[in-house]
Design a protein around this ligand. Structure first.
Ligand SMILES: Cc1ncc(COP(=O)(O)O)c(C=O)c1O
Length: 399
């Protein structure tokens, strides 16, 4: 059978590491799982309680609104005002999506099609690469690996790379996908760089799509900017804000696309043909989470920060040099010199087999990720410390 959109997809490399992990677990082994970015921290109690209560009301069992209930959109507007001092009109500048991933995928359907190009960072969270491709467009890439952990320098380097990619791209991209703090590289940028990117987009008539999945996951005094903090950004930019990481609500599938009213209207229209919105009790509980558990992201953050410290300090102690990221729930690292010949996929498989530690191979995020591995901070500090000891034993050539 012919499956045109699917046949050309490369094998999902994460699945290879995952199947080794599952096989080891089936054989009774304990695998420390730092592979998939699937948060283990519970969602706020208040949201869970509201969900149960709302689910008991039959009025909430009907189709809901695909753009999101008015109170839900108002809660997002309030959150943006509180957190970023950004004013959004809940009626024209906010649409609810079934997670950032669904939002981004369908957004590409309205923004690009065959003959168009989108500029995408490399390496990238996979849907940033595949969403434009599914919409029939081509991608051009902007180099993002190895930008360093200082957000000012990383911003300078990223902007220079963006200009270089723009100059050489043909046809000129209609869309630029951005995402800072960045998965997998953990690169962070400051508002100065955001401002330069917005100015560039206004000059060249490009739509900026900022996936802000790690809006609330930051450390050491750094605070990631919303692209909409840049004055005039809503003329050219939209942003995806998700409760997945901020409120540790991954399975609930609640996110929003906010910003430019024309783009919001276009996605709202497309979605009105495709879905009836998230289950209404989920929308009600998500509203309560944003309104009444607004400090929860800070608690979640503190957990990731102590795990980050345990992992980075542990790896540095055993001779594997890593930088502490200022944002995201990941640590991104070059494969140690003595093992780099293996390539990232073989190295990740080796770590599962020999250390019983699962990581994500860099190449899974596109060719720009080759030579790196990503650790997700989804195990507690004791398990992370145990993982470091097992890695030390499996990699005798470290240090
Ligand atoms: C950059 C980025 N965007 C989006 C997502 C997924 O967000 P959601 O659960 O809202 O689809 C992730 C999750 O890992 C991510 O890293």
């Amino acid at each position: 059978m012919e499956f045109k959109r699917i046949n050309g997809l490369p094998p999902y490399v994460f699945a290879q590491v995952d199947s080794l992990k599952l096989a080891a677990r089936r054989a009774g082994e304990d695998v420390i799982d730092l592979g998939f970015g699937n948060p283990d921290i519970p969602s706020p109690d208040i949201a869970v309680e509201k969900l149960c209560e709302a689910a008991r009301n039959p009025r909430n069992h009907r189709y809901s609104s695909s753009r999101g209930l008015p109170n839900l959109r108002q809660a997002v507007a309030d959150l943006y005002k509180r957190n970023f001092n950004v004013t959004l009109d809940p009626d024209t500048q906010i649409v609810s999506t079934i997670g950032a991933k669904e939002g981004l995928s369908h957004l590409m359907w309205v923004l690009v099609g065959p003959g168009d190009t989108a500029l995408v960072p490399s390496p990238s969270y996979p849907i940033h690469i595949y969403a434009p491709l599914f919409a029939g467009a081509d991608i051009r890439t902007v180099r993002l690996e190895g930008l360093g952990s200082d957000e000012v320098d990383a911003g300078e380097a990223f902007f220079a790379n963006l200009m270089e990619a723009w100059e050489s791209a043909f046809p000129k991209p209609r869309v630029v996908i951005l995402s800072f703090p960045h998965n997998p590289t953990t690169a962070c940028i400051d508002i100065g760089t955001m401002t330069r990117i917005v100015e560039f987009a206004r000059e060249h008539d490009v739509v900026l799509v900022h996936d802000f999945a790690y809006s609330d996951t930051y450390f050491d005094g750094y605070r990631p900017p919303s692209i909409l903090e840049v004055p005039g950004a809503d003329e050219v930019a939209v942003e995806l804000y998700t409760l997945t990481k901020s409120f540790s609500m991954a399975g609930w599938r609640v996110a929003f696309m906010v910003g430019n009213a024309e783009v919001v209207a276009a996605l709202t229209k497309l979605k009105s043909y495709l879905d009836y919105g998230t289950f209404q009790p989920i929308q009600i509980a998500a509203t309560v989470a944003m309104n009444e558990a607004s400090d929860y992201p800070l608690e979640v953050n503190e957990i990731y920060r102590s795990r980050r410290d345990a992992l980075c300090e542990g790896l540095n102690r055993i001779g594997w040099e890593v930088d502490k990221p200022k944002g995201t729930m990941f640590v991104w690292s070059r494969i140690p010199e003595a093992y780099k010949e293996m390539g990232s996929l073989e190295f990740s498989k080796f770590l599962v087999a020999e250390a019983k530690v699962a990581t994500a191979p860099g190449v899974g995020f596109g060719n720009g990720g080759e030579g790196f591995v990503r650790f997700a901070l989804i195990e507690n500090e004791q398990r992370i410390a145990q993982g470091v000891r097992l890695i030390k034993r499996a990699l005798p050539k470290l240090g």
